[in-house]
Structure formats: C-alpha cells, structure tokens
Design a protein around this ligand. Sequence first.
Ligand code: NAP
Length: 281
Amino acid sequence: MPSTVRTLKLPSGEAVPVLGQGTWKMGEDRRRRADEVAALKLGFDLGITLIDTAEMYASGGAEEVVAEAIAGRRDETFLVSKVLPSNASRAGVKRACEASLKRVATDRIDLYLLHWPGSVPLSETVEAFEALKSQGKIRHWGVSNFDTDEMENLVSLPSGGNVQTNQVLYNLSRRGLEFDLAPWSRRRRIPLMAYSPVEQGALARNARLEAVAARHNATAAQIALAWIMMQDGVIAIPKAGRQEHVRQNAAALDIALTAEDLAELDRAFPPPTRKRGLEMI
Ligand code: NAP
C-alpha cells in the first residue's frame, strides 16, 4: 500500500481513506465487466480500499462487480452500499440489506446509507439500521443527499447521532454546501463523502483546471480531486472504469495545491455567498 493514502476518522473512531472508488454505471454492460473489475482491483492495490456501491446501480449489477473485485480480499476493503428510500421501512431495509449482502457475497456491509430522503419516517429507518447493526449485518450506517435541516432532524432522533457520514454532490462546480452544510458537518465531526467529484467527467475537460494542472504536470481531473481531498472532513469517491484513471486518481493524493492555485480555483469556481438548496444528481 502506498504511504500516500491519507485517512480520516469516522465518528466511530474508525479510520478510512480520504479517497475511495465509486461504482455507478458499473455492471451495466457485460463487455466492460473485466475492465471494471480490473480497475477496482488496481485501486485496492494502490490503497484505495473504500468502495462505494448501491442496490440501485445497474439494479444490483454494480454490487456483483464489487463481489468479483473484492473476492479473496474482503478484509482489506471498506464496503459502502445504499438502500433506496422506497425500501427504507423496517422490513424493507432488512430485505434490501440481505439482498445486497448476497450480491456482494459477503457477511457484512461496513457502512450502509439511506440513498436519499424519502417518505418512510426517518426514525423507522434508523431503527432498522440499528437492528442490522446489532445483528452484525452492517457495522455502521449513514445517509446521502441530506441538507442541513434534514441532518438537524436526523441527529435529534433516538440513535440519530450514530450517523457516520452524509454522502453528497460536492466538487469545484458544486460548492453550494460550503455555505452551511459543510461547516455544520465539520462542527459535528460528521464527514461528508463527496460524490461525482469530477462532475461525471466534465471537470476533466475544464480549461481553468487545465491551466492549474499544467503547473503540476498533472491533469484537470487530478486537480479537481486534489482540491476536494484538501477539504477538511471530506472523502472523495470518483468512479473510474479505466485503470489509467485509477492510477491518476491515486496519484492526485500527492498533489499539493499552492495558495496561488487555490486563489485561482476560487476565482474560476466561486464559493457560495448565500444558502442554496443541496443539489443532487
Ligand atoms: P465522477 O466520479 O465525478 O465521474 C466519473 C467519470 O469520470 C467517469 O466517466 C470516469 O471515466 C471519469 N474519470 C474518473 N477518473 C478520471 C480521470 N482521472 N481523468 C479523466 N476522467 C476520469 O462521477 P460519478 O460516477 O457520478 O460519482 C462517483 C461515485 O459517487 C459514483 O460512481 C457513485 O458510487 C457515487 N454517487 C452517489 C450518488 C448518491 O446519490 N449518493 C450520486 C452519484 C454518484 P472512466 O469510468 O472511463 O474511467
């Protein structure tokens, strides 16, 4: 494992890498499967051992790709999966979790997230998560796409304070949450897990980022990742189906952005000056 993979602590005290691997769109096309598995395995070799998946992705197909990638090395990985809001009832969470465990061919999920807020009372979902925890089927739980008011509500519920992360859309072109959700989360020491950190590939083609990248002999995507990984209490989970991208993403951990770089990035992608609703993809 390279020495460069920084970690941060979840509220539980467990350390996880600040760089993980996303899996949305994996498992959709059998012809790409071998490449996807190889990319994820390379990521593990490089120390990017946190893997993010969901029952929704390719209707379970992404979890099956994950199963193939982690076979024989489950204990090295930190597995994150998600339950759909439509399955967030007491019985639904249990059923969905058991189906995910079967697809990933494992006995536990390290961090199980509610994919986005839905109509099932949150207290019921939290109770269901806590029950799965006591059965050892999940080790921790968290949420995704929760804005500040939704987090406030969550932590006021019985056991709601056990939330370990909020996975949200966050990258240079989506900085709205810096106004209140990010400071709120930092105060509570609840890490944000930044999804779509290269804006689904769009930031990899951004001219303003390319200008900064040229100074570091890097790519625009690497600058986007180096920037997000510098944010306090943030874990980035880019998805890369190509090994070349995985190597570049791991190498982004070694890029030290200067004050000049950061000022230029702020000019190109200004931070928010007022509250905006949390964006999601
Ligand atoms: P993303 O990671 O921002 O972008 C993925 C795209 O960027 C892919 O096309 C990938 O190409 C490309 N890419 C990756 N590394 C690159 C590099 N070094 N240079 C150039 N291009 C690069 O977008 P995302 O997949 O939407 O988000 C990441 C993960 O977050 C998802 O996979 C999923 O696990 C999670 N997510 C969660 C939610 C939620 O609601 N909780 C929503 C969206 C996403 P290749 O694949 O060809 O390598």
